[in-house]
Design a protein around this ligand. Structure first.
Ligand code: PMV
Length: 347
């Protein structure tokens, strides 16, 4: 039976892709498989309060970000509810109050859609579990990831740690286009406790949404080659994750980031999301790597901010380098020290 009312709460992390998802088919099916590190510090906390209502014709919810009503996020949640209603029909039976907050500042240029949609999907699955107390934990996570994908593609990689694959790949057993899969193979110790220091180059709103960006891959002259390349890069990364070859890791990860932006620069219409300081930082990272031989590298999301990735073993030197050389290129000197995390938590 449906519970009358109640409250559930989850904290879900953000993630950073190593092999990028850029381009999709109908129903949020990715054009190529991707893999990401789950983050730790960058996360969304969401409380979902639910109360049975009389009419079931429409979705009904209030949304608060940091305690303040947030009207401009409502259409995105409407679309999300509309897409998932088929799989969680009870969403029409309740009035919801969604209270959400992010650990990172809203105007940081860090997308909250992955952690936000993941946290909300987990809350909804928690409510479904109220109705089916014997639900299998792996079914719970898989369906939550499936729902999160319908909110924002990359959100399906934001539930578990520490590496997640999304998209069908021949050599990764259990991988699927429909949900994220915790990377199922042993990973070399070099990748344990990996760090991601996020340099906030531009805290403004994105000029081009990822929805628009994905759509521009339809009819993109290089799309098919790009999808093949991503597939092959995931094959290479699989070998690298096993062997612990950090030099090869750096090559694949940086190439993926630059190719993502190259797709944006060669679409119709074309656009550039990097800023001068993005390039300054990239050049300094290359200089530092050449000088010291240390396997520190960068990756980029659909924005100007730079994620600096490095293993635990060189942490002290890299943080020193970031403080001495890179922070000057950040917006107001802002950066976030994050690392690989273990996944979402019930609150
Ligand atoms: O989940 P979306 O639709 O916001 O797409 C995110 C795409 C990138 O962040 C640029 C790459 C990725 O794989 O996360």
């Amino acid at each position: 039976a449906l519970p009358e009312s109640g409250k559930v709460a989850w904290k879900a992390p953000s993630n950073i892709a190593l092999v990028k998802y850029w381009g999709k088919k109908e129903n949020q099916i990715p054009a190529n498989p991707s893999i990401s590190f789950t983050l730790d510090a960058c996360a969304t906390r969401t409380t979902l309060s639910f109360q049975k209502k009389e009419t079931t014709s429409k979705f009904s919810f209030d949304l608060y970000l940091d305690g303040k009503p947030k009207a401009d996020f409502k259409p995105k949640i409407e679309v999300f509810f509309d897409r998932i209603a088929e799989y969680v029909p009870f969403v029409k039976e309740y009035h919801f109050v969604i209270e959400t907050s992010n650990s990172f500042p809203h105007s940081s240029g860090i997308a909250s859609s992955a952690s936000g949609m993941s946290a909300l999907a987990l809350c909804l699955m928690d409510l479904e579990r109220h109705m089916q107390p014997n639900m299998d934990p792996s079914f719970f996570m898989r369906k939550a990831s499936f729902l999160a994908r319908l909110g924002s593609g990359s959100a399906c990689r934001s539930l578990e740690g520490d590496l997640v694959v999304w998209g069908k790949h021949e050599s990764i057993e259990g991988s699927s286009n429909l949900f994220g899969l915790k990377y199922p193979y042993k990973v070399h110790d070099n990748f344990k406790h990996y760090h991601d220091t996020i340099l906030l180059v531009d805290k403004g709103e994105k000029q081009v949404s990822s929805t628009v960006g994905h759509n521009l891959m339809h009819g993109h002259p290089f799309a098919e080659e790009r999808f093949k390349q991503a597939y092959h890069n995931l094959t290479s990364l699989q070998t690298i994750l096993e062997s612990g070859d950090l030099e090869e890791f750096v090559k694949v990860v940086e190439s993926e980031a630059l190719t993502l932006h190259a797709m944006m620069m060669s679409s119709n219409p074309y656009f550039i999301l990097m800023k001068p300081n993005t390039l300054e930082i990239i050049n300094k990272i290359w200089g530092f790597r050449k000088e010291t031989g240390m396997p520190v590298c960068f990756t980029l999301d659909a924005g100007a901010n730079v994620h600096v990735l490095y293993p635990e073993s060189i942490k002290d030197s890299v943080i020193q380098f970031i403080q001495d050389e890179l922070v000057a290129h950040c917006d107001n000197g802002h950066y976030i020290c994050d690392r690989i995390g273990t996944g979402a938590k019930e609150l």
